[in-house]
Design a protein around this ligand. Structure first.
Ligand code: MN
Length: 233
């Protein structure tokens, strides 16, 4: 049996409302985008993710953060991210920014310029929910990408028939040939994980590995799975 290790975490935003309790992101993120508040909240999320990682002294791991299209298209985005990396003194290589296909193909030239700068600083760039956006594959070769995250909808039905397996297999092969790391999203069962292993997918996330947890629980999980001394990949 291959040894499984934690190599990083994805920062997820939750809102605990004093009266209404836990509000799901699907209920408030669209509102943040509509009002433009996502620009400030998004910055706070990246900053908080950097802080949590420094405080946890888990620098061998990486932290990935979802970037909204509204946030990415804001004129100050690049300056915002580069400044906060310096202010929080997080090594840029520990930070991974997740963008969906629709964001990166919206304005390919402007996107390439921003991503080249961030990538040049050492940040990692991931394509999130791969396979669900407008499927222009041209951006895959023209942008400085590091990671393809295969959308959970393909993983969910991986065991049901041949269609999804074919898409996942082709995505893995395409990504690997382009020199990208492949992450399967939304892995919920051992059966899915076993198929992904057969298909040579090296990285996975989802409830089968861990549900979203607060920082302290995450640290316990890292110690349990990776051991105390060895936290790097
Ligand atoms: Mn994501």
């Amino acid at each position: 049996m291959r040894k499984t290790k934690i190599i990083g975490a994805e920062g997820l935003l939750r809102w605990r409302h004093p009266q209404r309790g836990l509000i799901p992101p699907a209920d408030f993120i669209p509102l943040l985008e509509e009002t433009g508040l996502i620009v400030n909240v998004g910055e706070w999320v990246i900053r908080q993710a950097c802080k949590d990682f420094l405080a946890a002294e888990l620098l061998g791991l990486r932290v990935s953060v979802n970037v909204s299209g509204v946030q990415f298209n804001d004129a100050d985005f690049l300056a915002q991210v580069t400044e906060l990396i310096i202010e929080e003194s997080l090594p840029a290589k520990a930070l991974e920014l997740e963008l969906t296909e629709n964001i990166v193909i919206n304005d390919p030239l402007a996107t390439a310029e921003i991503l080249n700068t961030l990538h040049g600083l050492g940040m990692r760039i991931a394509i999130d929910d791969f396979g669900t956006g407008y499927s222009s594959l041209a951006y895959l070769k023209s942008l400085p990408l590091d990671v393809l995250k295969i959308d959970q909808s393909f993983i969910r039905d991986l065991t049901d028939g041949h269609g999804n397996r074919a898409i996942v297999e082709a995505s893995i092969s395409l990504g690997k040939k382009l020199g990208l790391e492949i992450v399967a999203e939304g892995v919920e069962t051992l059966a899915q994980l076993e198929i992904l292993r057969q298909l040579d997918c090296e990285y996975a996330q989802g409830y089968y590995i861990s549900k979203p947890v607060p920082k302290a629980e995450f640290i316990d999980l890292v110690i349990a799975m990776n051991g105390l001394s060895e936290t790097s990949t």
